[in-house]
Design a protein around this ligand. Structure first.
Ligand code: SF4
Ligand code: SF4
Length: 142
């Protein structure tokens, strides 16, 4: 079984719809980058292999130390891969007032991405994003 989606256009479309939906509710974010320091923020970012494959196919994954538990794409407190970042990155806003609404949006788009994996018959793993990126890093070094 392949672990690459046949067509990245589909996930791009899903992200486009998601971003439009989020813009319409506008939970607010000052792009401080704190939530991308996972230990400091007390937060685990989960992603699927469909999302991490999309990242890997579009940007180079820098080498990183998994023990730091800081996203390797955070550069000077800014996300360096905004167009390709994962669902959880897009949907996370620290404003507690939006917690339930955002949870519902997350579940809706998670299902759309999973359906894409089923349609395209690609492997599906869902795990902390740092673990999935670490695996890819190890594969790239072989
Ligand atoms: S969601 Fe909150 S913590 Fe994360 S970057 Fe935006 S303002 Fe900062
Ligand atoms: S991909 Fe970007 S938004 Fe997502 S955790 Fe990494 S730096 Fe933050």
């Amino acid at each position: 079984m392949s672990n690459h989606p046949k067509n990245n256009t589909d996930i791009k479309e899903i992200y486009k719809k998601l971003d439009a939906e989020l813009a319409s509710i506008n939970p607010g974010c000052n792009a401080c980058g704190t939530c991308c320091h996972f230990n400091e923020f007390g937060h685990v970012l989960y992603a699927s292999t469909v999302e991490t494959d999309y990242i890997r196919e579009n940007v180079e994954i820098p080498s990183f130390d998994p023990d730091d538990n800081v996203c390797p794409f955070l550069v000077n407190y800014e996300c360096s891969i905004r167009d390709h970042r994962a669902l959880g990155c897009r949907v996370f806003f620290c404003n507690p007032q939006y917690k339930e609404t955002l949870q519902g949006i997350y579940e809706k788009y998670y299902t759309m991405i999973k359906d894409l994996a089923i349609e395209d018959k690609v492997e599906w793993y869902y795990a902390p994003m740092m673990k999935l990126l670490e695996k890819k890093q190890q594969k790239n070094q072989l």
